[in-house]
Design a protein around this ligand. Structure first.
Ligand code: PEP
Ligand code: MN
Length: 286
């Protein structure tokens, strides 16, 4: 019997192969549906929202602003992976409830990160999509747990993860029973320190060839500074991304995490307008 934590026995000939993730010759891009949102279809999906859920008013207000500005999905962390153990760690289950209320008020489905396999079931009951963050891309028990949760998964690239390791991580999720994984490039660590990370747009071209699954780009965690986000977002759409993940906050200066890279709702609206023009130029819409 297969469980979320017990791997299925594989014939040895399968070892090293990633049959579920790989694109077969002529295979079209798989469309991953999250409510009415469709990753991999003609329309580029824009996910907006704060790094962390901070209180009910904050997440509801931002959700409504994101919806009004053309965003089609909400994000917000209830559990936050923080470098420092004394930094704000998120509101946990209460944060999930606030996200559900914001969904109700805005009509937007939401994605939220899970850090702990023990929280996957409770998150899956409420969330529309589960996020695996960069720091957990090779947390194999967690990958199996989300793969068995029945929810679509947004799989961030690790800051030190090769494309091959990232593809294998997605295979873990599919091998646990899921059919719905969306890759999210968010920048990798290089020698360059002028930006928080180096956005690897080449990864879009490689993934497009190697996998049938959709690809989203998160320019916020790559840039680390809001002034660079629109440029990276436009480049991602031009390179064929199926979606964007943009950290957005109604008061970035007071944000409890990642305020420096968060756009205001007005900046978010400008970004969607400029990215729409690029999307149309490359045969998509937004
Ligand atoms: C986030 O999305 O807020 C986050 C923590 O991202 P990453 O895992 O890419 O650092
Ligand atoms: Mn963040």
């Amino acid at each position: 019997m297969t469980s979320a934590t017990q791997p299925e026995k594989m014939p040895s000939a399968e070892a090293g192969r990633i049959p579920l993730v790989s694109r077969a010759a002529g295979q079209p891009t798989t469309i991953v549906a999250v409510g009415e949102v469709r990753f991999g279809a003609e329309k580029v999906v824009v996910i907006g929202g704060p790094c962390a859920v901070e209180n009910p008013d904050q997440i509801r207000t931002i959700a409504q602003e994101v919806a009004a500005a053309g965003g089609s999905m909400l994000r917000g962390g209830a559990w936050k992976p923080r470098t420092n153990p004394y930094a704000f760690q998120g509101l946990g289950r209460q944060g999930l409830e606030m996200l559900a209320a914001a969904r109700q008020a805005s009509g937007l489905p939401f994605v939220t990160e899970v850090l702990d396999p023990r929280d996957v079931a409770v998150a899956a009951e409420v969330a529309d999509m589960l996020q695996i963050g960069s720091r957990n891309v090779q947390n194999f028990p967690l990958l199996r747990e989300v793969g068995a949760s029945g929810k679509p998964v947004l799989l961030k690239r690790g800051m030190m993860t090769t494309i091959d390791e990232w593809l294998n991580a997605a295979e873990y999720i599919l091998a646990a029973g899921s059919r719905d994984v969306v890759f999210c490039e968010r920048g990798i660590r290089t020698f360059e320190t002028a930006l928080r990370n180096t956005l690897d747009l080449g990864a879009i071209a490689v993934l497009r060839e190697r996998t049938h699954l959709p690809i989203v780009v998160d320019p916020s965690h790559a840039a680390g500074s809001r002034k660079y986000v629109p440029t990276l977002a436009r480049a991602a759409v031009a390179a064929g991304a199926d979606g964007l993940l943009i950290e957005t906050h109604n008061n970035p200066d007071l944000a409890l995490s990642d305020g420096e890279q968060s756009l205001t709702p007005a900046e978010f609206a400008e970004l969607t307008t400029s990215c729409r023009a690029i999307a149309r130029a490359v045969g998509r819409d937004l």
